[in-house]
Design a protein around this ligand. Structure first.
Ligand SMILES: [Zn+2]
Length: 350
């Protein structure tokens, strides 16, 4: 089979939680399903070679958007208890380890950048374990090396809620990401500790003051695994032009999310969204920062994505859309995986 689009390493998915929550038990990572967005057979068909796999701890908040005069907001999610977060994180890590051992080499957990590239190029689906929200890390960081030893190589400081380390942005549109104070002392310590250990610090969902704190403190390339351009969709979860510029200045990368509420100019949760709206964000970031600083951060199994994409098998159609806008194959390879690999090679030590 001749591959017609580049192999993808992706900035974000929530597939592990979706599998864990699958009480009916009829969804397996090893069988193509008509539910969800991602499993091994569909990934292989689509040219999805791996990505950050989120270890996300769901909270108790109600996530239904409430209409406002000019858009919507979702009530701010309450914090989650750290011991509960640690238990869920362990369950998700166990699930990923089980998938790896059942996969007979077809799925590999990457612990170093070299391992990641080797497995990716050998055709395994590679998973980089990522905490989406650092609630499982004790505020005194006493279990951070345990999480590192368990395979965690990327930490998003916050989800859309507050924790011991910082403040997340709520789901709100139109709204600025400049909501609330910057990182706590524990958050600043966590950034330095991640730099020392070689763990990615992800600024996705971090409020703007927290973002600037990371930009000041971190000695690694700035990373935002799944977000979009505030100039095109004024969601509080998106990056302003100044934030985008800071990512490029720090040699980092922005993963463009496929979540429609972060892409559409009206911010609506409406899957009837053409692929061109997603491509607009990729093009905007590439035009502003250069193609070295844009990548994909799908949010498969974690967000409502455009109907024309459907699931992971829609990736080739996205590349066709980008080709039609003048992106050449070299730029598409960067966006598809090379930019993530560059940043991970600079960030993951060992
Ligand atoms: Zn997210």
């Amino acid at each position: 089979m001749v591959r017609t689009s580049p192999l993808v390493f992706d900035g974000h998915n929530d597939t592990l939680l979706d599998l864990l929550n699958d009480r009916s038990g009829d969804r397996s990572f090893f069988e193509a399903s008509d539910r969800g967005h991602l499993d091994l057979p569909r990934a292989q068909e689509a040219g999805f070679g791996g990505g950050f796999f989120a270890l996300f701890v769901p909270g108790e908040g109600d996530l239904d958007p409430v209409a406002t005069d000019d858009g919507y907001e979702v009530p701010y999610s309450p914090p989650v208890r750290p011991d509960y977060a640690a238990a869920v994180t362990d369950e998700l890590l166990d699930l990923l380890a089980t998938i790896e051992s059942d996969a007979a080499g077809k799925v590999r957990i990457a612990r170093t950048a070299a391992e990641l590239r080797d497995c990716f190029e050998a055709g395994s689906l590679v998973a980089l374990p990522h905490l989406e929200g650092a609630e499982a890390v004790r505020p005194d960081l006493s279990n951070l090396t345990d999480l590192y030893d368990a395979g965690v190589r990327s930490i998003g400081l916050v989800w859309s809620r507050e924790n011991a380390f910082g403040h997340g942005v709520p789901f709100r549109c139109p709204a600025s990401p400049d909501i609330g104070p910057g990182l706590t002392d524990a958050g600043r310590d966590l950034v330095r500790a991640c730099n020392d250990l070689g763990i990615v610090v992800d600024c996705a969902h971090l409020n703007e003051r927290g973002f600037w704190d990371v930009a000041d403190l971190s000695n690694a390339p700035l990373v935002v695994t799944h977000t979009a351009a505030h100039a095109l969709c004024p969601s509080s979860r998106n990056l302003t032009d100044d934030q985008l510029d800071a990512v490029a200045d720090a040699g980092g990368v922005v993963g463009v999310t496929f979540g429609v509420s972060a892409l559409r100019p009206d911010g609506a949760f409406d899957p009837d969204t053409p692929l061109s709206v997603l491509a607009d964000h990729v093009e905007y970031v590439a035009d502003r920062l250069g193609p070295e600083h844009v990548a994909l951060g799908s949010d498969f199994d974690g967000a409502m994505i455009p109907d024309p994409l459907g699931d992971v098998r829609g990736l080739p159609a996205l590349f066709d859309e980008l080709r039609s806008r003048g992106f050449d194959e070299e730029a598409l390879e960067k966006i598809a995986h090379d930019n993530w690999f560059r940043v991970l090679e600079e960030t993951l030590t060992a």
